[in-house]
Design a protein around this ligand. Structure first.
Ligand code: XMP
Length: 517
């Protein structure tokens, strides 16, 4: 069990509960999210939190049988912050009244006006009303005894309330989301008031993760599928630091990687880190099976199936491996199963190699399960991975296959690799790489007519994509200048044979997805 000061988030099923954890991590606070069903009085006594946060949730406290915290949450003498449903459940349990019905709902941006000073709001609301994000069906109509109002909005007369004698705070809005631009301040103040010192750092995480891996694996062997992406690389280097040569990595090269990518990965792992690595060069197999396939789902399924076959084949060469390491991240976990079996609704199943561990009889080692992407990057730095590698944009498992709509041919892949490299080089030269969450080129299944020199050309059209995003779930297209786009199109057409026209994709997600397929 961790030695750090601990904060407990009781999850009532909000889709954004993980963002509360993220805001706290940014403050170097160790926190865990647990679903309300699991948080009993006994659990609470053992967990011994220094403070508790009640998350939002989709239910109505007015409904019989709706989620509740354990009674002892209110009596163990620690500060509590209730968010949205968390606020309502707090009021209901402590003697206030929550109503449901006409006029109680409020969705979207709202402006909250402070009514009197409150230490929880230090540094916020200093110049009057501030924007917050509301998303509630019910609202509190009578405060519980001991509570006072500190802020109101047109739809929520009790937008900010507190009982200072008990250090209980309750807000109707969601301070953890981006649409509450200064909401992080509220968490900062809450943990300060609760006496947290910010003792949870990446260095501490690394040491603890290494201990955990050693305890789990003992003297047995681990294999790790390496994609060349940040997550699996950080997981591999961390595990290698924990157990050394008991780890072997398998790098499946499906022939759908970017320019020079395979060489870079192999060099880094073999030469720089001295990590045992099997390089499965299976481009022929993958490209052969993908011949004539143009349906996006068939492409993905074909690649997924071959990946498992190839991985199994190479893993079979490592005698006695009992564990499979994966770079699964916290958002992967929360999207697919809802963390710790909590009540939030499944959004989509994630893209890791599902079914493989069961099929191979392997146990999983997933040291990044509790981290967000930016934390994985911080851990990578802590482990000494080269900066350009850590900062790389995400790259999908199916690789260039889903950036080549329609039929995949070697010719198209070659053109795409070169064009993508020029595009990324342009982005780097203009100092934009780190501002963009993900950028890539896609070769379109259409040829168009052009004129170069005195001749007519009939070549492929290329789409450029660049998005900003926090987690890939939603994204905005990146607003390049026209100068940049013009210069990039010119460079690509001049430097890459086979492209004579360049488009820029201005679709956000939703309604688009980031990848074209
Ligand atoms: P979409 O296209 O769904 O992509 O908006 C969201 C993010 O996920 C990446 N992506 C994948 N990553 N295997 C992966 O490892 C996949 O099958 C896959 N499909 C999409 C995509 O690059 C973007 O970052």
């Amino acid at each position: 069990m961790t030695q750090h000061q601990r904060l407990l988030i009781i999850d009532f099923g909000s889709q954004v509960t993980q963002l509360i954890a993220r805001r706290l991590r940014e403050l170097n606070i160790y926190c865990e999210i647990h679903p309300y069903q699991k948080v009993t009085d006994a659990f609470l006594a053992e967990f011994a939190p220094r403070a508790i946060i009640f998350s939002g949730g989709p239910d109505s406290v007015t409904r019989e049988g709706s989620p509740r915290p354990p009674a002892s949450a209110f009596t163990i003498g620690v500060p509590i912050l209730g968010i949205c449903y968390g606020q309502q459940v707090m009021m209901q349990e402590l003697g206030g009244l929550v109503v449901s019905g006409e006029g109680t709902a409020e969705f979207g941006r709202a402006r909250v006006s402070p009514t009197s000073p409150l230490p929880l709001l230090d540094g916020w609301f200093e110049d009057g009303p501030e924007q917050v994000w509301m998303s509630h069906g019910d609202h509190v109509s009578r405060l519980a005894p001991g509570f006072e109002v500190y802020g109101t909005s047109p739809g929520a007369p009790f937008a900010i309330t507190a009982d200072l004698s008990r250090d209980f705070y309750a807000v109707q809005f969601h301070p953890e989301v981006h649409h509450t631009p200064r909401g992080a301040k509220l968490y900062e103040n809450f943990v300060r008031l609760a006496g947290f010192t910010g003792d949870w750092t990446m260095a501490a995480f690394k040491d603890e993760a290494i201990e955990r891996i050693r305890a789990q694996v003992g003297d047995r062997k681990v294999i790790c599928g390496l994609s060349g992406g940040v997550d699996s690389s950080v997981a591999a280097v961390l595990i290698h630091e924990a157990i050394g040569d008991q780890l072997t990595c398998v790098f499946v090269d499906h022939g759908l990687l970017r320019l020079n990518e395979a060489e870079q990965v192999v060099t880094m792992f073999r030469d720089h880190y001295n990590i045992p690595l099997l390089h499965a060069d299976e481009a022929e197999l993958f490209l052969g099976e993908l011949e004539g396939v143009s349906d996006p789902e068939t492409k993905r399924k074909t690649i997924g199936r071959l990946f498992i076959d190839v991985f199994q084949k190479y893993a079979g060469q490592i005698a006695g491996a009992e564990f499979l390491a994966q770079g699964t991240l916290y958002p992967d976990v929360i999207e697919s199963v809802s963390f710790s079996g909590g009540p939030s609704v499944t959004i989509k199943s994630h893209h890791n190699v599902g079914g493989l561990p069961e099929k191979m009889g392997l146990k999983l080692v997933e040291p990044l399960r509790e981290l967000f992407k930016d934390e994985v990057r911080a851990l990578g730095r802590e482990l000494g991975l080269p900066e350009p590698f850590i900062g790389r944009h995400p790259f999908p498992g199916p690789g260039l296959a889903i950036r080549c709509p329609g039929e995949i041919t070697r010719e198209k892949l070659d053109i795409l690799r070169k064009a993508d490299a020029v595009y990324i080089d342009q982005i780097r030269r203009h100092g934009l790489y780190d501002e963009i969450w993900q950028a890539f080129a896609a070769i379109l299944p259409v040829r168009t007519v052009g004129v170069m020199g005195d001749g007519r050309t009939y070549d492929y059209a290329l789409a450029l994509r660049a998005v900003t995003s926090v987690d890939g779930m939603t994204a905005d297209y990146y607003p390049f200048s026209h100068d940049f786009l013009g210069e990039t199109a010119t460079r690509i057409i001049n430097e890459v044979r086979g492209i004579n026209r360049v488009f820029y994709d201005c679709t956000s997600k939703p309604p688009g997805t980031i990848e074209l397929e």
